[in-house]
Design a protein around this ligand. Structure first.
Ligand code: CIZ
Length: 325
């Protein structure tokens, strides 16, 4: 082992120990999204998709939540736990998709389309949630849209790829906000076709935030949790994964005997597709934010009150449909 590597390992161990100490001292928990760096997932108390994490946080009696993901995830945690302090390791962790739809612009879209029900993906800011009738996630969107009468006029924000995918499965004609996640848009069809040729025995797992041309090549389309569950239950031994490559950490942990190959983006020689914003969170920054109790995510209490309604409506519909208990 080189001196540099052993120094880095020692620092990592020291940070992990200090983070554990601060967590106990401050009655804090760490939420880690599936797209986080491996070491951030390793130190997290809960790992999951954005909504599952926010719900977990609301169920604990922790005083402090450290949300390791992107900012809208911290906001969702705050909306569901307004009495708790929500910290994020790096306030620069924005989200291209959430940021593609401001509340001001969505309000214009709503005003131009009177009489429409507004359905938004959970990957939105608190302000956008406050203008929404029902929130959906990529795991329940199809069923929730289908729970509305066939002639319901629906505006869907902010992801056009997910919106198109839902329209194709439900036969609806929802009007779509023209937003997208820069990471999921970046996957290359040509490189995926080549990868499939190299690994003909691999199943392709793709997230519905990807373009239609990529989804057409998938064996399974699903949310992060849906793809993970599919990989666990499948008899296949090899998978090509077409979503942010952080999910491979959990996939490999859950299925050590299976092989996971990240699908490459079209604009680089890099083999995997990483979200720069998600990767801003590091052990150093988690330690600093716990120590200093900053940066903190705050949401205007009035917005919190409005934004929780479409989330609760989603949970209520999901319960009625038997999707959750
Ligand atoms: O909402 C999430 O956590 C994301 C980004 C994707 C998913 O499918 O869970």
């Amino acid at each position: 082992m080189t001196v540099d590597k052993s120094n880095a390992d020692a620092r990592r161990q020291e940070l992990m120990k200090e983070i554990e100490r601060l967590k106990k001292e401050k009655n804090a928990i760490i939420l880690g999204h599936y797209y986080q760096r491996d070491e951030v997932q390793e130190i997290s108390d809960f790992i999951g998709d954005s909504l599952a994490l926010a719900q977990k946080a609301a169920q604990t009696d922790a005083d402090i939540i450290v949300s390791c993901g992107v900012n809208f995830m911290g906001e969702t945690a705050k909306i569901l736990s307004p009495g708790k302090k929500v910290l994020v390791p790096d306030l620069n962790a924005g989200c291209s998709l959430a940021d593609s739809c401001t509340a001001e612009d969505l309000q214009k879209f709503i005003d131009e389309n009177p009489g429409y029900t507004v359905i938004s993906y959970a990957n939105t800011t608190a302000d956008v949630k406050a203008l929404t009738d029902v929130i959906v996630t990529s795991s329940n969107a199809v069923q929730i849209v289908n729970s509305f009468p066939e002639d319901e006029k629906i505006l869907f924000s902010p992801d056009r790829n997910l919106g198109n995918y839902i329209n194709s499965l439900t036969g609806r004609n929802m009007r779509l906000w023209d937003g997208a996640c820069i990471i999921h848009e970046k996957f290359s069809v040509e490189k995926l076709v080549n990868l499939k040729k190299e690994h003909p025995d691999a199943k392709v797992l793709a997230h519905p935030e990807c373009k239609k041309s990529l989804l057409a090549l998938a064996d399974k389309i699903g949310s992060t949790k849906g793809l993970l569950d599919y990989a666990i239950q499948s008899d296949a031994k090899k998978f090509i994964v077409v979503t942010e490559s952080g999910i491979l950490y959990e996939m490999k942990k859950a299925c050590p005997d299976k092989e996971f190959i990240p699908a490459p983006p079209d604009d680089s020689t890099c083999a995997c597709n990483e979200c720069h914003f998600m990767r801003l969170n590091t052990l150093e920054k988690i330690y600093d934010c716990l120590k200093n109790e900053s940066p903190e995510i705050t949401v205007d209490p009035e917005i919190c009150e409005k934004a929780v309604r479409p989330i609760n409506r989603m949970l209520e519909i999901s319960k009625n449909l038997g999707l959750i208990k």
